[in-house]
Each structure stands twice: as structure tokens, then as C-alpha cells.
Design a protein around this ligand. Structure first.
Ligand code: NAP
Length: 516
């Protein structure tokens, strides 16, 4: 069973105790005491903290990290050994010592003698690379295991890209001995969470975001709630949202909330994939080569929606005709034997949001004048939906050529953004990112375009009420928020990816709670 250990890196015993208390309340399964962070790590402080944790019934890992591998100061080897010995005397279950320092003259003998005295304490032999992946992860693992077969080997490197995560996961999957391996940094985040699915010995979390002892550590509360730590096991199916950035995405909260409610053994992850088509392809190919990861599908967002369509095309998978027409897929499903298929749920999400919020049938949109502002991915999905419903569409865009090229492709009209002032459309749909947090003061159209007969629909959903919608409402227009589109596209996407209906009311509640 993988242990969720919380790293405590406070500068005083009192602050460390506060962090320990909070971590225990939030579900820590073990505590790592980063004694190197204490203002002056000494034996009495180490013993005090170990006993404090043991009194709460949790295992303790005592670490006094060398500065070359992320330690907070250049504490002499002798001092570090004394502090760790005091921790062992006080009942520490594990001490962590760096492989490179273990090889220094005399250290191995001293540590072996100390560990012989405290037989219930086990060595975690660690190696860290803060610059990038190790040159040869497997060879390093073999060398460490051979030198100290009774130790828990711990290998930690920095991921510069999510594609650097796979070798850590491969080693965890293949190795049956007690092993800790993960990637640091935001790009390595999934290796910390998936340690449990892949049978890692333990993973590290932080008490809260501001108190992370290493880059990329996730707060313990988030591990337990958002990332469903207690529900994870080897059979857990994986889903995710691929984009760059994805930190703001509502999808993990929405999916994981629905998985909880349905008692489904599944987890949804934010998957930040930097770069373009090549990096996107490499990520998906790496996933497909590892069926044991049990990835079942993805939502896809900016900037990868056209890459998603192209990938599935290259793989010879199924392309939903609507996604092909739009030229973008926001949903990629992995079926039996790694068969991939691509869908677009933005289009139906947008059209359903418009008709259901207005309480009209699609056919009532026929011959309505609609102004689509923007000519990116969201605009493509919205234009196809409106054209199919029989609207007369004009695309207004800052870069006129892009609007013209869409007009040619879909058979609508194009105009420069400035002409929106004289636009006489009834329906206005903002498909630019203007107004999105943190730039909530911007809007793509002047307030005077709206009147009591107008309908204003903003695809932006953070904030819930944008300036575009506020000004339209003030003019007496009817408004449709981006959240309505998000919720409806999410319902269809959930159905595509999991094969079952989500609880729409629950999904809506999660979205609204997050946005408020
Ligand atoms: P995109 O492909 O990058 O397109 C962005 C569009 O915004 C382009 O037309 C761009 O004009 C325009 N734009 C950007 N900055 C501008 C500025 N300062 N002034 C004038 N125009 C500007 O993005 P996208 O994928 O279409 O996404 C657009 C919005 O839709 C985002 O806010 C996204 O969150 C939202 N969205 C919502 C949902 C939902 O479910 N509610 C789903 C998908 C997308 P140029 O061509 O001149 O650069």
C-alpha cells in the first residue's frame, strides 16, 4: 500500500508542530521531518519532533538533506548523522540518506552500525537531480539496489515536460521491490499522484501550497479530495484534460466529483502538454504504448484541439464527421486495443446552451442574424452549430484574414472587428478570450451594440459574469454564460469517454461552486 507522506519543512519546532497537526487532520499517512530546514537542526529538536509525530500514531521519516540535493543549508556530515541518530533513538521509522553521500569514506560503516542498533528503522537511500531526468534511471536504480539491498531506493528527478514522466512510471510499474520514484516540478505532478496506482512505496505531499519542501508537491488535502487518494488502486482507470495551461481547468473537479458520486474506480488528471503537434503526439503515443496505465480518454483544450484531430487521423482512428468539419476535437477516447476516436462537444454544448437558456427550439434560430466575435477554435465550433441551425452568421475578428478564411470555409460573412459598432445582429457571441480573468475589464464590443432584443452569449466562463454579459444585461438583453456551454459540452464528453451519463445536477453544482 502506497503511503501518503507529508513533508514538514518548518524553521522552528513550534511551526513544525503546527504543520504536523494540520497535516494529520487532513489525512497524512506518514510525516517526513525535513530537519535540515530547522534554523539549527540539533539532536533535541529532532527527538522532540519524532516523538510528537509518533504520539499521533504515524510513521516518521527523518531527513536532514545534503545541500547538493536540495538541503536548506550546508550542514556538516557529522551533524547530519548525529541528528538522524537522535531521530532513530526517538523512534523514527525511516531515515533518508543520499546515495552520493553514502559513498563518502566512512559514512556507510557509520550508518550501517547505527541502523543495526535501531532495527525497526529502515534506510531510504535517495538520489535527486534538480536539473532534469537522470542519464540512466534504470542503471542508477540497479547500482543503488545492489549496494544496499535492504534499503528503500528513492529516485527523484526534475521533469521539464510531462513526456519526461514516463520513465519514472515505467520503473515503478516494472519493479516489485520497495521503491520511490517520481518527477519534481509542475510537469512531474502526475508521477506523484500515480505512485499509488503503480505500487510505489510512498509519495510526498505538502501541508499546504506555501509550505512545499520540493517543487511540484501537492497539498495533502488536494491529494485526498480532488485526486481521490483513498480510492486509487492498480485497477483505477485514468482520464485527463490535455492543454497548456490546464491549471485553471474545471474538468478534474467535475469528473472526479462525478466518479465519487458514481463509485467509479477512476481518476481525472490535469495534463499540461507544452509544445505543439510533435509533443502532443509523443504524449499520446507514450500513453498508447503503456496500456497498463489504463488511460481511457481525454478532454482537449487550447492549444491542442487541431493536434488532437490530426493525431487521431494519423492513427487511422474514428473521426466524428462534426469534429472533422469544425477542424478541431476537444475529446479523444481510447477504446479497446488502443483504438482512438475524436469528437467535438463544444459545438453541441454551445448550441444547447443558447437554445435551452432562451427556451427555444433550434428551428427558431433559422434566419436569425448572428455576430460571432473571434475566429479561433471556439468560433469554429460555434459557427458550424449556428450555420446548421440556419442562422445568418457574420464573423468579426481582430485579424480580418482569419475571419475571411473562416467565412470562405463555412459559407458565412466576415468583417473587421471595428465594424461591430454598426452591426445589426440579434445574437452576439463572444468567442475571443477578452474578458477572461485576470483581464476582466476587457470586452470585444462597445456596450451600445446591445438593446432589449439582443441575445449576448459569452463563451468565456471565468468569471461567471463577464463585462460583455454585464453590459448586455444592463441594456435589457438576454444573456447566456460560458458556464452553460461548459456544462453542456462536459455532459456530452463524459458520456463519450465513460459510456455512462453523468449526474447533470451534480456536474452543474460543481461548476457553479468553482466559478463562484
Ligand atoms: P483561440 O483559438 O486562441 O482564439 C482566440 C480569439 O480571440 C482569436 O479570434 C483572437 O483574434 C481573439 N483575440 C484574442 N485576444 C484579442 C484581443 N486582445 N483583441 C481582439 N481579439 C482578440 O481561442 P479559442 O480556443 O477559440 O477560445 C476562445 C475562448 O473561448 C476562450 O476564452 C475559451 O475559454 C472559450 N471557450 C469556452 C468554452 C466553454 O465551454 N465555455 C469552450 C471552448 C472555448 P486574432 O485572430 O486576431 O488573434
Amino acid at each position: 500500500m502506497t503511503i501518503l507522506a507529508v513533508s514538514i519543512s518548518a524553521e522552528s519546532v513550534e511551526k513544525a508542530q503546527e504543520q504536523i497537526d494540520r497535516s494529520v487532520c487532513q489525512g497524512a499517512e506518514a510525516i517526513e521531518l525535513r530537519l535540515d530546514f530547522l534554523e539549527n537542526p540539533e539532536e533535541a529538536a529532532a527527538a522532540n519532533l519524532v516523538k510528537y509525530v509518533k504520539a499521533k500514531g504515524l510513521p516518521v521519516i527523518a531527513t536532514c538533506r545534503h545541500i547538493s540535493e536540495g538541503g536548506s543549508a550546508d550542514w556538516p556530515t557529522e551533524k547530519r548523522l548525529k541528528v538522524l541518530t537522535a531521530a532513530m533513538e526517538a523512534g523514527a521509522d525511516f531515515i533518508d540518506w543520499e546515495f552520493a553521500q553514502y559513498l563518502q569514506p566512512g559514512v556507510q560503516e557509520m550508518l550501517t552500525a547505527a541502523l543495526r542498533r535501531f532495527r525497526t528503522c529502515r534506510l531510504i537511500l535517495s538520489a535527486h537531480d534538480f536539473h532534469g531526468p537522470f542519464e540512466d534511471l534504470s542503471a542508477r536504480y540497479e547500482a543503488m539496489r545492489t549496494l544496499c539491498p535492504e534499503a528503500v531506493v528513492k529516485l527523484v528527478y526534475t521533469a521539464g515536460h510531462i513526456n519526461d514522466c514516463f520513465e519514472a512510471m515505467d520503473l515503478l510499474y516494472q519493479e516489485k521491490e520497495d521503491l520511490i520514484v517520481f518527477a519534481m516540478g509542475p510537469a512531474g505532478m502526475i508521477t506523484r499522484i500515480l505512485a499509488k496506482k503503480l505500487g510505489g512505496f510512498l509519495t510526498f505531499a505538502c501541508p499546504e501550497e506555501a509550505a512545499a519542501a520540493a517543487p511540484g508537491q501537492i497539498p495533502v488535502r488536494k491529494m485526498k479530495t480532488l485526486y481521490r487518494w483513498d480510492a486509487l488502486n492498480r485497477q483505477t482507470e485514468l482520464y485527463g484534460i490535455i492543454g497548456n495551461p490546464v491549471g485553471h481547468s474545471l474538468s478534474p473537479a467535475v469528473y472526479n466529483g462525478c466518479f465519487d458520486a458514481q463509485g467509479r474506480n477512476a481518476l481525472h488528471l490535469p495534463l499540461e502538454v507544452g509544445g505543439g503537434q510533435a509533443e502532443f503526439n509523443l504524449f499520446l503515443q507514450s500513453v498508447l504504448q503503456r496500456p497498463w496505465l489504463d488511460f481511457r480518454g481525454f478532454g482537449v483544450t487550447l492549444p491542442h484541439k487541431s493536434s488532437a484531430l490530426e493525431f487521431v487521423h494519423q492513427e487511422g482512428g474514428y473521426l466524428e464527421p462534426l469534429a472533422e468539419r469544425i477542424g478541431a476535437a476537444n475529446t479523444v477516447k481510447i477504446g479497446h486495443n488502443g483504438q482512438v476516436s475524436a469528437y467535438n462537444t463544444d459545438c453541441v454544448g454551445a448550441l444547447n446552451a443558447l437554445t435551452e437558456t432562451l427556451g427555444v427550439e433550434r428551428k427558431e434560430l433559422r434566419n436569425q442574424e448572428a455576430a460571432v466575435i473571434g475566429a479561433g477554435g471556439a468560433a469554429r465550433a460555434v459557427i458550424v452549430g449556428l450555420m446548421d441551425a440556419g442562422c445568418r452568421v457574420t464573423v468579426y475578428n481582430r485579424t480580418l484574414e482569419k475571419a475571411q478564411s473562416l467565412a470562405e470555409e463555412f459559407g458565412c460573412r466576415a468583417a473587421p472587428l471595428e465594424e461591430i459598432r454598426s452591426c445589426r445582429a440579434r445574437i452576439f457571441i463572444n468567442c475571443t478570450s477578452l474578458g477572461m480573468a485576470p483581464n476582466t475589464d476587457s470586452t470585444p464590443v462597445p456596450a451600445e451594440v446591445f438593446g432589449p432584443n439582443s441575445v449576448a452569449f459569452d463563451t468565456v466562463y471565468v468569471p461567471l459574469e463577464t463585462r460583455f454579459l454585464r453590459e448586455a444585461k444592463a441594456a435589457g438583453a438576454r444573456v447566456v454564460s460560458g458556464a452553460e456551454m461548459f456544462i453542456r459540452q462536459a455532459v456530452v464528453q463524459y458520456r463519450h469517454l465513460t459510456g455512462v451519463e453523468p449526474d447533470e445536477l451534480l456536474l452543474r453544482r460543481i461548476v457553479m461552486e468553482k466559478l463562484k
